[in-house]
Design a protein around this ligand. Structure first.
Ligand SMILES: [Zn+2]
Ligand SMILES: [Zn+2]
Length: 323
């Protein structure tokens, strides 16, 4: 699971930062999921080593232009390239009308099915490996935060041990691998847990933008391996954050702390903190780290490989903080 930031500026792009989009690469599925799609996202994809043809799902937080203006262009280009099978798009009400109007007035047709899902709080997607849920954030218009949770899976199966114990290979191995209890015809009983390594804990990622500090963001980020949270403003500009319903860097850090998240990646920065201004972006990072030390500041094309937590026991005791 690899996160790539394709845009980290709020409102307008700058020379070094495009507007919002984050890609989540799922190598086990050979799929790419996008979170938001600001204008120019397709150009950012071309400049990255990600493949647009792998995009299968796009999750939109809200209908502000800096999060959706790239959608039509990206989908139209995918159509012309002809190598996309289907894209499912999730987002607030109005998203489908927006796309339909774009299609109609630009005389565009998608060459593959584009399925738009108007979401409500709760689970919005689930398969054998992942659950994606959403909840409302607190912004000027209807805005959703997302949580992607990989399902836990049993640790690696110790086939040598099974052979040593003269358990016949075949169906029984499959049952033990899944952690089931098996009774053999000779009366011996085996528990899957005896043959499997520690459970591989599923990774969890939360994506919360745009929002001022809110409890729903804390819940979405509960125990997350990575929280991606907006930090539009510096703590010193908190008044602006309250007026525009955005977060300061300290609010992002407080959310991560309250949620027990393991790492915080802040993004969606106001262009006002460009170098040479009284407050610079590095100040936002210092402010956040003072509250939540495990914070990094995203930049365009930054990638982050989400580490897997190694040992279930250690994590239960709180002794292992994956970095
Ligand atoms: Zn925004
Ligand atoms: Zn917004």
């Amino acid at each position: 699971m690899q996160i790539t930031f394709l845009g980290t500026s709020s409102g307008v792009p700058t020379r070094s930062r495009n507007v919002s989009s984050v890609a989540l690469k799922l190598p086990q599925k050979a799929q790419l999921w996008l979170f938001d799609c600001g204008e120019g996202t397709q150009h950012q994809l071309l400049r990255s080593d990600l493949k647009s043809s792998q995009i299968s799902r796009i999750f939109i937080t809200h209908m502000h232009g800096d999060h959706i203006f790239g959608l039509m262009g990206l989908l139209a280009s995918c159509s012309l390239s002809g190598n996309v099978e289907q894209i499912d798009i999730y987002g607030p009400p109005g998203l489908n009308e927006y796309l339909q109007a774009g299609l109609r007035y630009s005389h565009t047709r998608f060459s593959f099915p584009v399925k738009v899902h108007a979401i409500r709080p709760g689970v919005i997607y689930e398969d054998s490996e992942f659950t994606v849920s959403c909840n409302l954030l607190h912004h000027r218009i209807t805005t959703f935060g997302y949580r992607v949770a990989e399902k836990d899976r049993p640790g690696p199966f110790d086939i040598e041990k099974a052979k040593e114990m003269q358990i016949p290979p075949g169906r029984v191995y499959g049952q033990l691998k899944r952690g089931e209890t098996v009774k053999l015809p000779d009366g011996r009983v085996f528990h899957g847990a005896e043959f499997c390594g520690p459970t591989e804990i599923g990774r969890k990622i939360a994506y919360c933008t745009d929002t001022i500090y809110c409890e729903n963001a804390v819940e979405l980020a509960r125990d997350a391996d990575v929280l991606i949270h907006e930090a539009t403003f510096s703590h010193q500009d908190a008044q602006l954050a309250f007026e525009r319903l955005h977060s300061t860097s300290t609010m992002a850090a407080q959310t991560a702390l309250a949620a027990g998240a393991h790492r915080l990646l802040i993004t969606h920065f106001s262009p006002r903190y460009a170098p040479g201004n009284p407050i610079e972006l590095k100040d936002l990072l210092y402010e956040a780290r003072a509250i939540f030390p495990n914070t990094d500041m995203a930049y365009d094309f930054m990638t982050y490989e989400v580490p897997r937590r190694r040992n279930v026991q250690l994590n239960k005791l709180g002794a292992s903080q994956s970095s």
